[in-house]
Ligand binder design. Structure first.
Ligand code: NAD
Length: 267
């Protein structure tokens, strides 16, 4: 039996019909949170996540919304509030890659990644902050509300062939910190998680063969790939009052990938 650290609270996890978002949603629910499973296209997968949570005794709904569209995001918050009464936790998880060398990258590929990975976090956070302020404090948490932004080790590690993605995550880092500075006095707690190489479909090419996996392991001092639960457990901690004095920071969940692994044998 889990400690039910999030009992009475409700959460929106964007892009939670798969991968890290799905694991975060399931883990939040197992700690007592009611969860809105946001998806943009995979309705069937989103309802599977809802079923998994309900089977475990939790509460969840599936909501279709493209996080890069203002109207969709507003509707997603309205539906969640209509169902659960309010929102206490936002996990800005939705993200994509559209990789190409800089001269091959189209303006559409650049814009799409920035729109979903960065503007999407802005649109969702803005709605969350409005709701937190309107609702006021509850007995369920010391904070007025929590926001967790899914970043990446590429918020600090440059990534050739991925300028759109790394720029979006560098943007998430400064977005998160500026927002944390702005809303901290309201007791809205804002943090980010920067995953390294976590086994999901977004990076399947890096782990689907033994050779590919061996190559990526050279970049990870702790010598294993991450799994989605590694990230989900940190998200639960950041959403709970156990981390009440943690604000405006990024937690790297990367097995040391950001530690300049090229220097491991004396550089
Ligand atoms: P994933 O592809 O399984 O998850 C991304 C989710 O975002 C999917 O469910 C997708 O449907 C959803 N999504 C895409 N566009 C959307 C939109 N417009 N509106 C709403 N949802 C949308 O991959 P993942 O690895 O679980 O990625 C989750 C997050 O973690 C992303 O932000 C990604 O950048 C970040 N991340 C992943 C890794 C990793 O190694 N897997 C590393 C660093 C950061």
């Amino acid at each position: 039996m889990k400690s039910q650290r999030l009992k009475g609270q409700s959460a929106i996890v964007t892009g939670s019909s798969s991968g890290i978002g799905m694991a975060v949603a399931i883990e939040l629910a197992s700690e007592g949170a009611k969860v809105a499973i946001n998806y943009s296209s995979s309705e069937k997968d989103a309802y599977e996540v809802v079923k998994t949570i309900e089977k475990d005794g939790g509460e969840a709904i599936a909501i279709k919304a493209d996080v890069s569209r203002e109207g969709d995001v507003k509707d997603m918050f309205k539906k969640t509030i209509a169902t659960f009464g309010t929102v206490d936790i936002l996990v800005n998880n939705a993200g994509i890659q559209k990789d190409a060398s800089i001269t091959e990258m189209t303006l559409e590929e650049w814009k799409l990644v920035l729109d979903i990975n960065l503007t999407g976090q802005f649109l969702c956070s803005r709605e969350a902050i409005k709701e937190y302020r309107k609702r006021g404090f509850t007995q369920n948490s010391c904070a007025l509300g929590k926001i967790i932004c899914m970043s990446s080790v590429h918020e600090i590690i440059p990534w050739s062939g991925h300028v759109n993605y790394s720029s979006s995550k560098g943007g998430v880092s400064m977005f998160m910190k500026s927002m944390a500075q702005e809303v901290g006095r309201d007791k809205i707690r804002v943090n980010a998680i920067a995953p390294g190489a976590i086994k999901t479909r977004i990076n399947k090419a890096t782990w689907e063969t033994k050779e590919a996996e061996q190559k990526v392991l050279e970049l990870i001092p702790y010598n294993r790939l991450g799994n989605t639960k590694d990230v989900a457990k940190v998200a639960v901690w950041l959403a709970s009052d156990d981390s009440d004095y943690v604000h405006g920071t990024t937690i790297f969940v990367d097995g040391g990938m950001a530690l300049y692994p090229g220097f491991v044998d004396n550089g």
